[in-house]
Design a protein around this ligand. Structure first.
Ligand code: MF3
Ligand code: CO
Length: 253
């Protein structure tokens, strides 16, 4: 069931979104070679707690950390570790969910560590652009399949693939609500987009083949072919007249 949010609920989600943005701003300013993915987790957790938010991923289906931190061929759900050290040229996706008074905002950025290859740069850029392509069809009366199709078409046009096993989703007082928002699909299908709903639109893109595998830790999802991956996500509130992205910081490009 898709939930329609009240004004108050949307205000609480916006505060969670503001803190998500603040975390990204902080990471943008501090990520550098030599840091571990656990260092990133600590920054995420501290920034959220200092701003009256709870890192909602911790304990979600027993997930052990405050952030999903996924390097290079890890697409999603990378568990932070003191043994995974970032090096120049890496790309690292940080996927986080803040809860403010029980209301959530969820977003992901793929950051560059120092100078990255043009191949990595192209992948990261296309993944982000796929999100903004999808935004163009976020309109009351359009359908979820329009979003899915926009992501898939844009990504495949650039020679990459979208993941099939994981999707975007609704959000609110639960991290994952209806509707599921696949990264692939047919325009004109799926449920109708309604005002005052909240959507997490999240292109998860593979440089090579679309196949993924889950490591024995039960979480870490990697590309099967070992090629690069990227992820970009925002929480978007659908309004009568359009939409509002609630998880970007002011001045974020
Ligand atoms: N934030 C992820 C998403 O985009 C979900 C993370 S799973 C968790 O939906 F267990 F880490 F919370
Ligand atoms: Co999400």
């Amino acid at each position: 069931m898709v939930t329609i949010k009240s004004k108050r609920e949307i205000e609480l989600m916006k505060e969670a979104g503001r803190v998500v943005g603040l975390v990204f701003k902080t990471l943008e300013e501090t990520l550098k070679p030599g840091m571990s993915t656990l260092d990133i987790d600590s920054i995420v957790e501290k920034t959220m707690l200092d701003n009256d938010c709870i890192p909602a991923e911790k304990g979600y289906y027993d997930y052990p950390a405050s952030a999903c931190v996924s390097v290079n061929d890890t697409l999603i759900h990378g568990i932070p570790s003191s043994k995974i050290i970032l090096k120049e040229g890496d790309i690292v996706s940080v996927d986080i969910v803040a809860s403010y008074k029980g209301y959530m905002a969820d977003a992901c950025r793929t950051f560059s560590i120092g100078t990255i290859s043009s191949r990595a740069e192209q992948l990261v850029k296309t993944t982000k652009e796929a999100f903004f392509e999808a935004l163009k069809v976020v309109k009351v009366g359009n359908r979820i399949g329009d979003i899915s199709n926009a992501i898939q078409s844009y990504v495949e046009k650039h020679g990459y693939n979208v993941v099939r096993e994981y999707t975007g989703h609704g959000i609110g007082s639960h991290m994952h609500e209806d509707p599921a928002i696949p990264n692939f699909g047919k325009a004109g299908t799926g449920s109708v987009i309604e005002a005052n709903t909240a959507l997490c639109i999240e292109p998860m893109v593979l440089e090579g083949r679309k196949d993924v595998r889950v490591l024995p830790d039960g979480w870490t999802v990697k590309s099967r072919d070992g090629k690069l991956t990227a992820h970009y996500e925002n929480t978007v509130i659908v309004t009568e007249s359009g939409y509002e992205i609630i998880t970007m910081y002011e001045g974020e490009q």
